[in-house]
Ligand binder design. Sequence first.
Ligand code: ADP
Ligand code: MG
Length: 699
Amino acid sequence: MQNQFLLTPIEYLKGVGPLKGEVLKTELGIFTFGDLLNHFPFRYVDRSKFFTINELNEDMPFVQLKGIITEIHEIGEGRGKRLSGTFKDQTGEIELVWFQHIKWIKDTISINKTCIIFGKPSLFNRTYNMVHPEVEWIENDKPPKGMQPVYATTEKLKSHKIDSKAIYRMMQLLFENKAMSIEEVLPDYLLTKYQLEPRGKAYRMVHLPANNTEFAAGQMRFKFEELFFLNVKIAGLKNKRKRDVKGFVFSKIDYNFNTFYKFHLPFELTEAQKKVLKEIRADMATGKQMNRLLQGDVGSGKTIVALLSMLIAIDNRTQAAIMAPTEILANQHFENISQLVSGLGLRVGMLTSNTKKAAKAKLIEALIDGQIDIMVGTHALIENDVVFQNPGLVIIDEQHRFGVAQRAKLWNKQQTPPHVLVMTATPIPRTLAMTVYGDLDVSKIDQMPEGRKAIKTVHRYETKRHEIFDFLKSEMANGRQAYYVYPLIEESETLDYQNLMEGFHKLKQIFPETHYKIGMVHGKMKAKDKEIVMNAFKKGELNMLVSTTVIEVGVNVPNASVMVIENSERFGLSQLHQLRGRVGRGAEQSYCILLSSVKLGQVAKERIKAMLDTTDGFEIANLDLKLRGPGDLLGTRQSGLLDLKIADLVKDEDLLIKTRMAADELLKEDPLLMKPENIRLRNWFEQLRKVKGDWSRVS
Ligand code: ADP
Ligand code: MG
């Protein structure tokens, strides 16, 4: 059991009190002493290492200098007002600058008294300065030693004088308290096997490291703990679902599947498509609910797999649904599927938020009556008034735009839950997939249909734009179509909109209407209007489609062979890969042209290089993760699933794999945690459940 001491409200810690306590609660979620302990440092600085001013260079991270502040004064007016000081050591001088809390800081500065300053040096007008350095006064001339933890704070916390140092002092107070004791939660055999520090010791190592190395061992223990618990929960959910949730048994393959496969399949399936189809088929026959993720790079042919899976559902007397993240995609699926199954006499319906009221009412009625076999739609499908008579399979396309919570909505209202297939073109590493997708099984299409020519990708600076225009003209003269994409970034939607409009008008001048038909789609257009333009482009009535990233996902126009991306430095790597995937879908040689400004940051350079070096979605996804972190991957942020305090799913991948194995082993040996050696674990989980509530279903 967690002891009483750790449950003590934070305001009772010496020096905190009700006011600061309130800020700690709202800003950092620290309610108790125990919460404080779990506020881990996000980095450490080596306080035993000092630099001198003549050693400084601009690439240095945070550094520590020892010397004196010789003068300090306020300069500027209003918003430009700041505090400026001169700091000297034996080798030179630098400027210190503060923009905030000027009065408070000014009062704390003693002139000509030895101090240590800590901050990041930057070069300005040929002299170094440091913005908002930390200043520490040396008592008895004894400098601090060893690694010092740095804690996350916020502006609001700082305005209540709770900075990193203050949090550090709170930790010291906690550890000085005699009542403090921390119990172990992991079984001894795991501590031994994985060489983990005991919990209490590990907290001390992390918060008050005694030397330069031991914080790492402490961190390791908590990372292990965090990832291990995560994996136990996920594996537990999966086992529970496999045990408890009944699903439809799709025991046969019948008329629709067979007829389609023999007579209407427009091409031979790739081996990879056959393999995943087998996996899906087997999964839907077990009597358990299928919960499967279908990964396949853009253009790998997920749609046909989806359709064949739906035909199995229909052959087993149930209805199937496919849900897309946008109107355009829903439309595309509707047309594509309607056409493919037209020889079978199946009834296909489509419901989006754009469907007229009367038509919607009719559709819903037909759906309940079982008059519709395949329902295509957008989010509109998960509204409460949409009820299927007998839904057997739900397919979610390009899932990363759907939140986890939205997925859960799909079958909460059902009795026997339909099988679920989630399709995504964001190929993420397997271990990570298993973690972020919770308890989904994974199938992968790891092969492209034959006869595709590799897309040629080039990078050009904006100054060479006219050459690109000439190239576009020659491609269009050969009957090809092109995409021309402008970035859309949330923070400045209006600006980007202007950017797009200006670009469109310029393009219109370069490609005059007398010779070229150019259409435009963007997020602010009405769905209906978007659709008209998209359809015209699909039918080949437009030579060029100018757009924002609304075309990013899924759109299939095989005759389009050129993708030009303006300001490509402003896109994420996976996004660029998605966009590139819009071309190279037909037999013709395709091109992806990345335009950028001449000035490129390091990360932008790496992204562009990655795009030039590889077309492999998995490599790209791996790199993207490294450059960006898992962040908002796949809409998981809302779920709280990945609310990790200390571990990092990308950087700690090895540990993720290890803990996954440990979790699987545990649940295999002792699924209900009844063995005496696992008592601690069970108690801990029970306690967590009380605090955090049961885990809502993650998929
Ligand atoms: P995605 O996986 O990106 O959704 P699609 O399902 O849209 O890919 O397929 C991309 C294109 O490849 C479509 O034009 C589709 O008809 C075609 N295609 C799919 N599978 C095959 C195959 N086995 N052989 C040839 N073409 C295929
Ligand atoms: Mg698709």
